[in-house]
Design a protein around this ligand. Structure first.
Ligand SMILES: NC(=O)C1=CN([C@@H]2O[C@H](COP(=O)(O)OP(=O)(O)OC[C@H]3O[C@@H](n4cnc5c(N)ncnc54)[C@H](OP(=O)(O)O)[C@@H]3O)[C@@H](O)[C@H]2O)C=CC1
Ligand SMILES: CC(C)=CCC[C@@H](C)[C@H]1CC=C2C3=C(CC[C@@]21C)[C@@]1(C)CC[C@H](O)C(C)(C)[C@@H]1CC3
Length: 418
């Protein structure tokens, strides 16, 4: 295939029609959730009581704030890193290098915010700006994805992603044509996946907590739990930043609207839904229930971290003492597949842990509304779909060895259920 020929990869997400629908549905869902969280009935499955006018959505100050935030995160990304990691081997046999300083960026952002708040930065005013901020971010995501699409037109064939080069412009715009678009050594996809949106999510949550304290005298136990759980998730992602280099997003998916919008807009504005809901709909939560929810979160995290670390250690160094004793299946590629330990329990133990944690994030919001459970529902759908995409890719990569693995480990995500 030359760089200008369309790839033969099967179309995903329902092809051009499916992605056309998603281009509208994803931003529409995000705005629906933002509006529903602040509305009295807070209904997930009802049309919004009103549609906001352009004057409520568009604010040059929100755009400016978003760019200041992006600028800060770019500056922190460019600071000297404690380590520079190499990614997996690319089609042209080269490996890209990535700075590992995400956790440092989180800590420095927290210090700067703390300093800002101590000199009067009104962080508690952020919840009132979520709508125009989400609008500015969505607009930027569309423009940025167009620029990435244009950049990919002059990229060499070896730089293109397997999936986003169908020849249909809308489909390729959505999936992303180039695998690792870079400006010099600045990697757009790696930066966006872990920095502005993920760190932004934590500070939106914190702003909601501060606003609740202002309104009600102190933050509620439910708000503390949601903030603590999600901070742990983001802190973990940045502490183990290197392991993102082996995720499907980095090694397989191009950088197009799906990931640009997902990273910059969807993550901060929809993943903070529980905290948004709690600000407008305070929920009573007793200590025994809070402890049970913490236990659920701890179980989820134990599985998620255990499974991800086991696979990452095994991929980096199969003779590491912590994984050397595990049973494996050899494959024709020379790589082996784990069939005992976490990866012998189900084929995607990390998804199981992630889903349990998702439930623990929503339970502090009580059972009176479906809205705060949106994340659990969306995430189940995303992981089931992702699991099917990954299995397809593994079958292609490993052939009979993967079939053997599926026979030995028959359940995908939940033991004896699915
Ligand atoms: N919060 C969120 O919104 C989201 C979170 N996530 C989380 O991100 C994390 C990464 O997910 P994702 O990138 O989808 O996939 P995984 O980290 O599960 O990686 C899948 C890859 O692991 C390797 N693998 C699979 N089975 C085995 C085995 N038995 N032994 C050794 N290697 C194996 C294969 O790659 P190879 O053999 O080439 O190494 C496979 O392609 C997960 O924890 C997931 O829950 C994901 C999406 C969204
Ligand atoms: C609906 C929509 C716009 C879909 C795009 C999906 C993205 C939101 C997600 C795809 C994979 C992701 C990952 C994380 C966040 C969500 C997205 C970008 C992640 C960074 C969250 C933290 C985890 O620890 C992680 C590093 C494993 C994870 C990687 C995948």
């Amino acid at each position: 295939m030359t760089s200008r020929e369309a790839s033969q990869a099967p179309l995903e997400f329902g092809g051009p029609l499916g992605v056309a629908a998603l281009l509208i549905l994803l931003p529409a869902t995000m705005f629906h959730l933002l509006l529903a969280a602040r509305s009295g009935p807070a209904r997930l499955l009802a049309l919004p009581a009103y549609l906001p006018g352009l004057e409520e959505l568009w604010s040059p100050w929100a755009l400016l704030l978003f760019f200041i935030w992006l600028g800060l995160q770019v500056a922190l990304y460019l600071l000297p890193a404690r380590k520079v990691a190499e990614g997996l081997e690319l089609k042209d046999k080269s490996r890209l290098r990535y700075p590992i300083n995400g956790f440092q960026a989180l800590v420095l952002t927290a210090l700067l915010m703390g300093l800002g708040v101590s000199v009067g930065l009104p962080l508690g005013a952020l919840p009132g700006m979520l709508l125009p901020l989400a609008f500015a971010t969505t607009l930027t995501s569309f423009i940025f994805s167009l620029l990435l699409y244009a950049k990919a037109l002059v990229a060499p064939a070896s730089a293109l992603a397997p999936g986003g080069n169908s020849g249909n412009s809308m489909y390729d715009f959505f999936l992303g044509r180039e695998l690792n678009p870079r400006l010099g050594s600045f990697d757009f996809k790696y930066f966006c996946e872990l920095r502005p949106g993920l760190i932004g999510w934590v500070f939106i949550n914190l702003a909601l907590l501060m606003q609740e304290a202002e309104l009600r005298g102190s933050p509620s136990l439910a708000m503390w739990l949601v903030n603590g759980f999600q901070l742990l998730y983001v802190g973990d992602a940045l502490w183990y930043e290197e392991s993102v280099l082996t995720t499907m997003d980095i090694i397989h998916d191009g950088f197009g609207f799906m990931l640009v919008f997902g990273d910059l807009a969807w993550v901060p504005f929809t993943y903070s839904l529980q905290a948004q809901f709690l600000l407008y709909h305070p929920q009573p939560l007793g200590l025994p229930m809070a402890l049970l929810i913490c236990l659920l979160k701890a179980i989820g995290y134990y599985i998620f971290r255990g499974a991800n670390s086991q696979k990452n250690t095994f991929r980096k160094n199969p003779s590491d003492p912590s994984v050397a004793g595990l049973e494996t299946i050899p494959t024709a590629t020379g790589r082996r597949l784990l069939v005992s330990g976490w990866w012998g329990m189900v084929r995607h133990p990390n998804y199981l842990g992630d889903l349990i944690m998702a439930l623990a994030w929503s339970l502090p919001c009580g059972l009176s509304h479906l809205l705060p459970y949106f994340y659990v529902l969306y995430f189940t759908a995303l992981l089931v779909h992702r699991e099917a995409r990954d299995e397809q890719q593994c079958l292609q990569k490993y052939g009979r060895a993967w079939q053997e693995y599926c026979k030995r480990v028959p359940y995908r995500i939940i033991p004896y259920v699915y």
